[in-house]
Design a protein around this ligand. Structure first.
Ligand SMILES: Cc1cc2nc3c(=O)[nH]c(=O)nc-3n(C[C@H](O)[C@H](O)[C@H](O)COP(=O)(O)OP(=O)(O)OC[C@H]3O[C@@H](n4cnc5c(N)ncnc54)[C@H](O)[C@@H]3O)c2cc1C
Length: 437
């Protein structure tokens, strides 16, 4: 196994470590950083050419959980723009309606995930972790029901505990625990393009002064397939993309799914925003959408802790996607659990099960449980079809007047009769939205 870098407290010739972390994404890097800082011998392995090259997301990171792990984040992290503008739009053939919020203080920022992950990797290395890239782990090595190391090609390396941060395609975990392949209903498919524009044009087209905008769009932008579209402004580019619930996307997409993203980029009401931009990147990845379905029955076993997307700790409530910060914080909690286990010299499943409880009791568990009703919204396609059309049809009636104008009530009632849903369903849905989001 070759290592990209070597560090004082873990030499490449060693084949025994305190902890091995598989995956150098947000979850793995924060676990490695936290452990290395405490003086543990840590090996972090990633199959990418460099840390960050395999990591993909939409565009915005919530900072507070990360600042708790990396105190220098505000000073030296590769932040593109602090998000101060939030926009939510309903798009349909009838029109486009947006709600916009502009605040002073910001608790989230846009960045390129590969840059952020590489920064986290550097922090872990500075703290003493050994990082091996271009190495694909083939399997977790299990002996007497305890994970004792990992195998990559002809090499086996051993550790008291392996932290599985392999992301949503958790092949290693499925192999070790003989888990079922995840259901389509528990996953979403994410597609993304990054379009280069100079900073001045980003500012001018989105009405910004170097701050960031996070924009979620629902309706015809996904061809009414349940899910949403996003736009994030970076320093000198915009990230645009779609997150679609996989079970609906599979049923309702004819042809290649990337055509949907192309349609979004070429949408007549939006395309002027990135006109003359240069396409920098196209990527696609699965998202663990419904945590109750995707999360493994347990987050630990003897010698094993599961973090990040592999553990299903992601929240997409339609207005915010929180994957990076939750993944990073779960990595931190795993490192804290390992520290306690190391002090006791006990890496049994009982000892490490404290990690699952820590996740449950932390803001991660509270956030996931609080938004549990999202399942109701995901299962009701009219949130992504009839409501965007209802809003635009209603407002169209209010604003496009001839000789006489309708009352707001009449306009909405007319729109509701045209596009639905029925009044009782609408009342029930509004109540659910209010309680869930
Ligand atoms: C389209 C889209 C939009 C999103 N938007 C946002 C957003 O705006 N904000 C947000 O916070 N979150 C967002 N997310 C979610 C976010 O990307 C993830 O939650 C987050 O990256 C999870 O981090 P992770 O470290 O668990 O996994 P990953 O980032 O997937 O990292 C896993 C790492 O493990 C490595 N690996 C896997 N298997 C092996 C192996 N066998 N051997 C060696 N290495 C291996 C991979 O190379 C990879 O580097 C989005 C996701 C998608 C798909």
């Amino acid at each position: 196994m070759s290592t990209e870098h070597s560090t004082p407290n873990a030499s490449p010739s060693t084949n025994r470590f305190d902890a091995i972390v598989v995956g150098a994404g947000p979850a793995g890097s924060s676990a490695s950083f936290t452990l290395a800082r405490k003086g543990f011998k840590v090996l972090m392995i990633d199959r990418g050419r460099r840390a960050g090259t395999k990591n993909m997301y939409g565009g915005r990171v919530y900072s507070e959980p990360l600042e708790a792990i990396f105190p220098s984040l505000r000073k030296d992290a590769p932040v593109h723009r602090w998000v101060k503008a939030e926009r939510l739009s309903f798009v349909s053939d009838e029109g486009l309606t947006s709600i916009e919020y502009r605040g002073g203080e910001s608790k989230s920022f846009t960045t390129y995930l590969p840059e952020l992950v590489n920064w986290m990797r550097a922090k872990a290395e500075e703290a003493g972790a050994l990082v091996a890239t271009e190495v694909r782990v083939d399997r977790l090595v299990v002996e007497k029901e305890k994970v004792i190391g990992v195998q990559a090609g002809p090499d086996t390396v051993y550790a008291d505990t392996v932290i599985d941060a392999e992301g949503v395609n958790r092949l290693l975990l499925e192999g070790a625990w003989q888990m079922n392949v995840p259901r389509q209903e528990d996953l979403a498919i994410g597609l993304k393009e990054t379009i280069k524009l100079d900073a001045e044009r980003v500012n001018q087209r989105f009405g910004l002064e170097d701050e960031g905008m996070a924009w979620i769009l629902l309706g015809s932008v996904t061809r009414y397939i349940p899910g949403g579209a996003f736009v994030y402004t970076n320093r000198d580019s915009v990230s645009i993309g779609l997150v679609l619930f996989l079970s609906h996307a599979v049923k309702r997409t004819n042809g290649h799914i990337s055509r949907l993203l192309e349609d979004f980029r070429l949408h007549p009401k939006l395309k002027h925003l990135w006109r003359d931009g240069e396409l920098l990147e196209y990527s696609a990845k699965l998202v663990p959408e419904y945590w109750r379905g995707f999360m493994p029955r347990r987050l630990s076993g003897a010698g094993l802790l599961v973090v990040g997307d592999a553990a299903g700790v992601l929240l997409n409530n339609g207005m915010t996607i929180r994957g990076v910060d939750l993944a990073a914080y779960s990595g931190y909690l795993a490192a804290e659990t390992f520290t306690k286990a190391h002090a006791e010299g006990d890496f049994t499943s009982e000892m490490l099960s404290a990690y699952g409880r820590r996740v449950e009791e932390s803001f991660i568990g509270r956030e996931l449980r609080k938004h549990n009703g999202l399942e109701y919204i995901r299962r009701n396609p009219h949130f992504f079809d009839q409501y965007p059309r209802l809003v635009n049809s209603g407002l169209g009636r209010i604003f496009n007047i001839g000789l006489e104008s309708p009352t707001i009530w009449k306009a909405l009632r007319g729109a509701q009769k045209d596009v639905g849903p029925d009044a009782w369903t609408a009342i029930k849905d509004m109540y659910k939205i209010g309680r869930t989001l």
